[in-house]
Design a protein around this ligand. Sequence first.
Ligand SMILES: [Zn+2]
Length: 217
Amino acid sequence: MIPINRLLAGYRSYKALYHEKRAELTQRLADEGQRPAILVIACSDSRVDPAILFNADPGEIFVVRNVAALVPPYEPDGSHHGTSSAIEYAVKDLKVEEIIVLGHHKCGGIQAMRSIVSGEVEDNHEFVGTWMNLARDACELHGADDPNSGASVEMATIKLSVKNLKSFPWIQSRIDEGKLRVHGWWFDISNGELYGHDPRTGQFSVVEKLAPVGASE
Ligand SMILES: [Zn+2]
């Protein structure tokens, strides 16, 4: 099937489900607006779609996707900050209660950065290299040269993004008030396991075993 026809077939299935069978839900969302309680910051990778991964209905999760699921630090400098503006809208306007930074195994963005840092390849991108510089520290810390360091770098990058989230003053203040929790999760695309960073141990554990589930950072 040619890609665009695959897309249209999928759209017809979506429409039959959400605008016919479950029209009440989508009509309510259209009339009353969205009120998602969760913001997920995920990678653009086609294998890690938060709506599919969490079996979410329309209106349930607000999603920001970018290369490698990175959160830049708080930099209100007048530049075009796509990720930061989506985070701002989710927190200030939608008042989400949970933020998940969702990294994943075999991340192409992280892999590209490791190759650049180790000098393996020259960066021929115009934007990706600069963007991935956000995670350079995590990469250098965990050994770009080590072929087995992929997961470690991916997890360190998630921790870095969680730390950057807290550099936004209106996020930290909501965390302090108990209105918001932030979590760092890592999805293993090989076996479908989902791991969460446990701030008490500094390690990633199977998310369902974290007590309480997904303890806040
Ligand atoms: Zn990725």
